[in-house]
Design a protein around this ligand. Sequence first.
Ligand SMILES: Nc1ncnc2c1ncn2[C@@H]1O[C@H](COP(=O)(O)OP(=O)(O)OP(=O)(O)O)[C@@H](O)[C@H]1O
Ligand SMILES: [Mg+2]
Length: 370
Amino acid sequence: MVARNNPFTPGFGQVPPFMAGRRYVIENIDDAFTNGPGDPNLTTIFTGARGTGKTTLLTLLADHAEEKGWVSARVSSVPGMLEDILQQAERSAANLLKSPTRVRLNSVGIGGVASLGWEYTNQTGADPNWRTRLTKLLDELESHGSGLVITIDELQSDFDEMVQVASVYQHLIAEGRRVSLLMAGLPYQVSRILNDRSISFLRRAARHHLTRIADDDIRTALLETIEGGGRSITDDALGTAVEAIDGFPFMMQLVGYRMWTQADNGTIDLPAARRGIGAAQYEMRTNILETTYMELSDGDLAFVEAMLPDEGPSSTSEIARRMGKSTGYAAQYRRRLLEEGVIGERGRGKVGFELPGWRTFIAEKLEDGF
Ligand SMILES: Nc1ncnc2c1ncn2[C@@H]1O[C@H](COP(=O)(O)OP(=O)(O)OP(=O)(O)O)[C@@H](O)[C@H]1O
Ligand SMILES: [Mg+2]
């Protein structure tokens, strides 16, 4: 049998060959890159639990922007971010120059950008020159019809450099500049940031909360990835895999990756799928479920425990009754767990678990007495 490269991408932030779902978000932001200044989607915040695909989306969208002639600066919220934005932008501008198919800018202009000669300071926090330097870069880009997309991953509250970016960005938008700011973070971090008065401007950003992906979309992407990679899968194996993935993007990559290696003669049949799923479940547990569990408070756990007797979705008032508390008390944990991505809404007043394998995992933990 010919060994074929595994097409699945279970690494964090890797853009898969076939994205499941997320179609509208991607389209809306792609359109914003075409429309340019004034399109509200140019300023967007993604939130979602671990492994829902925030980093992947930022990378994918920045790639799309570059294909449309924008320059991108891709950073995370860590000290040195301001400087990093300028350096990344410069690098992206230089790359644009190197790939002739993508160039919409003329080389003279790019040469100008690349040779602006940034002074790399070690300064973190407020840098009075930062706005000037960024503006200079934008002037250069804009004179050649290009703009700058800044992506900021892993948003953190209480981060001075973010305050600086937000305040400068606000001015740039007011000036009608060709800039875009796409951000991503865990829901509770983002809520904290948006409550910070010094960056309240970001409250007006478009927001997308990434939740589970529809089974049909998972099925299609799984099939396309397997067939695109040169192997096949039987119907029953595909059905079983979709069920185990339970709409969770990271799990799709884990299951796909492990099933792929189990395929005999290039076909993934039911036994191969089951073996792959078993391996994926183990990894899901160590990567996502354990980490999430460690972050839960006693109150969160009590809420989760009160959901376990229900096979399907649980009603919030019933959960409160089981906890022996008021609905107001239960509601505060409901909100926290929604933000952590542990539970999701299932229609009026009902919630269900969002993480694949969570029910079994947590039942075992509780049996062990935490
Ligand atoms: N729409 C999608 N379809 C299929 N796979 C996806 C999709 N989005 C992301 N993935 C895959 O899911 C995994 C997790 O993605 P990613 O690292 O972007 O998540 P994240 O939300 O940034 O997680 P974290 O909060 O831990 O940083 C990766 O293996 C990625 O390839
Ligand atoms: Mg990430």
